[in-house]
Design a protein around this ligand. Structure first.
Ligand code: ADP
Ligand code: ZN
Ligand code: ZN
Length: 758
């Protein structure tokens, strides 16, 4: 008898990496690595899973091995080396294949049987017979329309659209809505032509992905500095796989990327352009499409599941997209042959996925992905991450410096104002120093635009009682609530729960609750009071809930409809505005004082980046930086745009206090519904681990937010020498977990690993 066929199937559950199933003989021929199969998991639960291995070995198991129920895809939905990349990710970030599968695989794809993917159709218009076969017949049609001017216009318009030169080839049909818009005629005219059997309607399957129908542009000519940087990169790639392009804000890095992409396409390879945030995709999509047109696909978290499936399917085809522009999750798409990955704004922390697993860093994972394809990685930033700059310094990465701005526009002039002193002298007008207000006034008069930056959304971070210091907290998370004035509610920024604002202090009954600190909403209100006639907009995660509102806020600012844009760090990321001549940083201190070893690095990056939005084209921009720590060395470095100064101070501290890039951090978080249980289990787990890891283990401690959505948290931090092998570490962890199993509650304890936490 022939041996039975077994397969390993990756399922969207976080327990094991894969589960073994057997294949009924009738289905054997359809099984390949990367195909989808329908299986029963547990009792009566059905999942669509991914075939990751095929074998004939029947291993003795406690459970019976079930047959798969059906196959769900005719061919593999993966490309090499995707599975290997997933496996690497699980190894490095200590997660399970199922978690990767769940996170990266489009839902509409995962279950064809209960298919959530829907084909999109649209109504089109075409000529009826015999007009579609013989153009001469059309003359008769026109003759019959002598008395119907609107119908005649519509028909002319239809014919015109069909021979539109931008469509390259003649089409014989056009979407109904498009025809009505272009002909400026109404539905009655169209119905008239349909009743006369000249035109007819039909439904057609269409793609959800945008098609670009404008004329393509030639690439911009690089200036001599860009040209030099470009040649250095090309040269560097002969020897090294990764190159860091350290280029000032507005030095024209994007133009260099575009040249590199063009070179990559010439070699018949694909390019992946990574951005830290969907916020940025609009501007860069426009730029890339104007050069590369429909070769560009765009992938981000706000596109629908159906679009996701279409992009994935597109890339599985032989003539799929050659360029993907996307956010971190686009590293998981099925690339055929990557030649280049660009990681723009590589220092951005949003490249790190926080929750749920896989908690990967897209920049670091991209470098591995590129290696698997034999491709190169270019990291670009005006303020590189400490890690990347360190790697460039010690020769692991190549390093290219571009320290001239395009058209030699000077870097903005940053002036620091001492708000502590001004407050003491009672000279602050609400949140603003006299100097900032004076500059805003001048800008407004000169019809120039202004950006005001406050790295905190909402109205006030906390409301508190002046008498007893009571602070409202979230019921489910141990975190104080932020006051949102527009909705007149208190909101938890961790779980999103919203609470009515109390009218008096529930603790002492005092009726005057005061806001403390301030967020973007408060800035908006205050500016409105001082400059009531000025049009302003606010950009933060509250106002830019979806991509459309985000885009409209930005395009209103680009077109000059709004004069002042107030926002959080969403503003700092590589946006390119022509007419901004002033940036106000309202409070540098909250960023600098943040309790994290990266706080100064982040504060420097944020402030230098947001400053770089000022005066990008014609004139030198200005920045007013408000701080209570005027003499702090970091402030001085920001004023001088002194990246190296910041780096040198920080790198010494990293070494001294055992932080990256010298040490690797792993955060282990324990979660349980009972506080004393999680405390006890974490202590015990740490005790066992400490026997092998010694002083490399810190904790357990309560994290700053010690309760999230009714789960209590404890945390352990591992600081490991870069040379420690992950394999031996895993053995230690697994051993400790086994020892913990004697505790009854251990199986209800959630343990999360965060490798290289940010
Ligand atoms: P960066 O990415 O370094 O911040 P960008 O590539 O966005 O800089 O360039 C800043 C501005 O200068 C953009 O508006 C861009 O169109 C323009 N620019 C840069 N290089 C060129 C070039 N070689 N030719 C024409 N315009 C350029
Ligand atoms: Zn909460
Ligand atoms: Zn009180």
């Amino acid at each position: 008898m022939k041996n039975k066929l077994f397969i390993e199937v990756v399922l969207p559950v976080p327990l094991a990496n894969s589960y073994t199933y057997s294949v009924p003989q009738a289905l054997e021929r359809e099984i390949k690595i990367g195909t989808l199969v329908l299986v029963e998991f547990g009792k009566n639960k059905h999942y669509s899973g991914l075939v990751s291995h095929i074998h004939h070995i029947e291993i003795q198991r406690k459970f019976e091995i079930k047959d798969i129920i059906a196959t769900e895809s005719a061919k593999s939905v993966l490309r090499r080396p995707q599975l290997r990349f997933w496996e690497w990710l699980c190894e490095y970030y200590m997660c399970k294949m199922g978690e990767v599968y769940k996170a990266v695989f489009p839902v509409g794809f995962r279950s064809q049987s209960a298919s959530s993917y829907k084909v999109k159709t649209e109504t089109f218009v075409r000529l009826c017979s015999p007009y579609n076969e013989d153009p001469k017949q059309l003359e008769e049609a026109f003759a019959s329309l002598k008395k119907a001017l609107k119908q005649e216009t519509l028909l002319l318009s239809f014919l015109h659209c069909c021979i539109n030169p931008s469509e390259k080839q003649k089409t014989k049909e056009i979407a109904k809505t498009k025809l009505l818009i272009q002909s400026k005629q109404n539905i009655a005219a169209l119905n008239g032509l349909i009743n006369k059997n000249i035109l007819e309607l039909f439904d057609k399957e269409v793609s959800r992905l945008d098609a670009y129908d404008q004329e393509l542009k030639d690439l911009n000519k690089l200036n001599e500095f860009q040209q030099k940087a470009y040649s250095e990169i090309i040269h560097a790639f002969r020897e090294k796989n990764v190159c860091l392009l350290h280029g000032l804000t507005s030095s024209g890095k994007t133009e260099i990327y575009i040249y590199l992409i063009q070179e990559t396409l010439k070699l018949g390879k694909q390019a992946l352009f990574l951005l830290p945030e969907i916020a940025l995709t609009t501007q860069i999509t426009k730029r890339l499409k104007s050069f590369f047109g429909n070769k560009v696909g765009v992938y981000h978290s706000k596109i629908s599941n159906n679009e996701r499936v279409e992009i994935w399917n597109n890339l599985l085809e032989d003539d799929g997209y050659q360029i993907i522009l996307g956010v971190r999750s686009s590293i998981f798409l099925p690339y055929k042959n990557l030649g280049l990955i660009i990681v723009d704004e590589e220092h951005e922390t949003s490249y790190k996925q926080q929750d749920p697993a896989p908690r990967y860093h897209a920049r670091n994972a991209a470098i591995i992905l590129a290696q698997m394809h034999g491709a190169k990685t270019l990291l670009g930033s005006a303020t590189p991450s400490m890690e990347s700059f360190y790697n460039a310094q010690n020769g692991k990465y190549a390093y290219v410096l571009l320290n001239k701005r395009y058209e030699d526009v000077q870097l903005p002039l940053i002036t620091a104002v001492d708000i502590k002193e001004l407050k003491r002298k009672k000279q602050m007008k609400s949140l603003f120093s006299p100097l900032l207000l004076e500059k805003i006034e001048t800008c407004l008069q000169g019809k120039e635009q202004i950006i005001l930056f406050q790295n905190r959304r909402g109205f006030a971070p906390i409301t508190y009682c002046k008498i007893c210091e009571w602070v409202p907290k979230c019921e489910f998370c141990d975190v104080s609530l932020t006051y949102h004035k527009k909705k007149d509610s208190l909101r938890c920024h961790y779980c999103g729960t919203s609470y009515p604002t109390p009218t008096c202090c529930p603790s002492c009954g005092h009726e005057d609750l005061k806001p403390k600190g301030f967020g973007t909403e408060k800035v908006e209100e205050e500016i409105n009071k001082i400059f009531p006639q000025v049009k302003l907009a606010r950009l933060d995660t509250d106002t830019a809930k979806n991509k459309d509102t985000y885009d409209s806020i930005l395009s209103d600012f680009e077109s000059g409809k709004t004069q002042i844009l107030i926002g959080t760090q969403m503003l700092s990321k590589g946006l390119d505005f022509d007419n901004v001549s002033l940036v106000g940083i309202l409070n540098a201190d909250s960023m600098m004082n943040f309790p994290d070893f990266r706080a100064h690095e982040r504060a420097f990056q944020l402030m230098v980046q947001v400053a770089g939005r000022s005066g990008r084209r014609k004139t030198r921009g200005e920045v007013i930086l408000q701080t209570a720590q005027l003499t702090h060395p970091l402030i001085q470095m920001i004023l001088n745009h002194d990246y190296l100064g910041m780096y040198n101070v920080q790198i010494e501290e990293r070494l001294l206090f055992k932080y990256p890039p010298f040490f690797r951090l792993i955060e282990i978080t324990f979660k349980h519904r009972k506080e004393d249980t999680v405390d006890m289990l974490a202590k015990e787990f740490a005790y066992i681990l400490r026997q092998s890891l010694g002083t490399r283990l810190l904790g357990p401690d309560k994290p700053p937010v010690a309760k999230i959505q009714n789960f209590f948290l404890q945390r352990v931090l591992l600081k490991l020498e870069a040379s420690i092998s992950l394999l031996s570490l895993k053995a230690i962890l697994e051993d400790a977990q086994k020892k913990m199993e004697i505790h009854q509650q251990f199986k209800y304890l959630t343990i999360q690993y965060d490798v290289d936490p940010m």
